[in-house]
Ligand binder design. Structure first.
Ligand code: AMP
Ligand code: MN
Ligand code: MN
Ligand code: MN
Length: 290
């Protein structure tokens, strides 16, 4: 498998904060030319067996996935796990504990929004959630758009749900070390998600990459829907500098909200080691026709 494979190893379903089912995503990915797919719901593996079966039905190879919320240097960092055993007890317990604080955080977000005149946000956001344990800022954003407070979810994040704005509640997620250990011990590979999105100083970013490696992390997203073309180059250089493999994923959530569709990103820069080469024995291939 080469760097030119159409792999999409980052997206979300209704199990977390996407709007499509795992089955709908598999069909869309296949129609868009994806050859190797992973569903990476936030802090949850509940969609993995459905996604693997849907990939098989659509004729695509599949890697298990999740996107773990981590706190590092007082900032939320996302660590994608790929190719692990989705039934492993340690990672399923770790993810359960990680999502545990979401309900209380959501209540606090709702109280803050009420103070600026937006009432009933908790109940409103809940209408958009499959699993209440996974209530996220995205679900609040959809409620505020539905109620006409903003024209789209990006505007909601600009005005309400980010640091310094009403509706932002700081939260302590998993540690970087634990997230990497859960993934590694379950036979998978840890990937730094969309590093260009974090508001780190150069020193903090260096610390993230250094500690990520020291704890057993092996890869970084280089080509993602969250990066600009200049960031593809910047993080390709970082991958080489730190000896990390490279991943590629759209971070697709919804046809109405995501600017990058499944399978529609540029290929990885050729000099990098694709994460799927290191995960060759973890890929679930489609059985050849009898
Ligand atoms: P949470 O895990 O509850 O903090 O929510 C994080 C999710 O919010 C991310 O996974 C994205 O789906 C979404 N998100 C974060 N920032 C933005 C933004 N600026 N615009 C749109 N969606 C965003
Ligand atoms: Mn999301
Ligand atoms: Mn993310
Ligand atoms: Mn994501």
């Amino acid at each position: 498998m080469t760097a030119f494979l159409n792999a999409d190893l980052h997206c979300h379903s209704v199990v977390s904060d996407g709007t499509m089912t795992p089955e709908e995503l598999a069909i869309r990915a296949q129609a868009n030319g994806v050859e190797l797919w992973a569903l990476t719901d936030h802090d949850e593996v509940g969609g993995q067996h459905r996604a693997a079966a849907a990939a098989r039905a659509a004729g695509m190879a599949y890697l298990t996935g999740t996107e773990i919320s981590v706190t590092f240097c007082n900032e939320t960092v996302h660590i994608v796990g790929l190719g692990f055993d989705a039934d492993n007890a340690e990672i399923t317990q770790g993810l359960y504990d990680t999502r545990g604080g979401r309900g209380k955080r959501a209540q606090e977000m709702s109280e803050q929004l009420a103070q600026v005149g937006i009432r009933g946000a908790y109940e409103g956001a809940l209408k958009f959630v499959g699993n209440p344990e996974l209530i996220s800022r995205t679900h609040f954003a959809r409620f505020l758009v539905e109620q006409g407070y903003c024209k789209d979810t990006s505007e909601v994040f600009r005005k309400y749900l980010t640091e310094g704005k009403p509706g932002y509640v700081p939260h302590r997620w998993a540690s970087l070390k634990d997230a990497i250990r859960w993934i590694n011990d379950a036979g998978g590979m840890a990937v730094i998600a969309h590093p260009g999105r974090y508001k780190f100083t150069a020193n903090e970013e260096y610390a993230l990459f250094t500690e990520f490696k020291a704890h057993g992390g092996r890869a970084v997203e280089v080509v993602t829907g969250s990066h600009t073309p200049a960031e593809y180059v910047e993080y390709a250089d970082k991958a080489l500098e730190f000896g990390l493999a490279a991943s590629r994923g759209s971070d697709f959530h919804s046809p109405d909200e995501s600017h990058c569709d499944l399978g529609k990103l540029p290929v990885l820069p050729g000099q990098l080691t694709p994460v799927w080469e290191l995960l060759a024995d973890r890929i679930q291939h489609v059985a050849p026709a009898q």
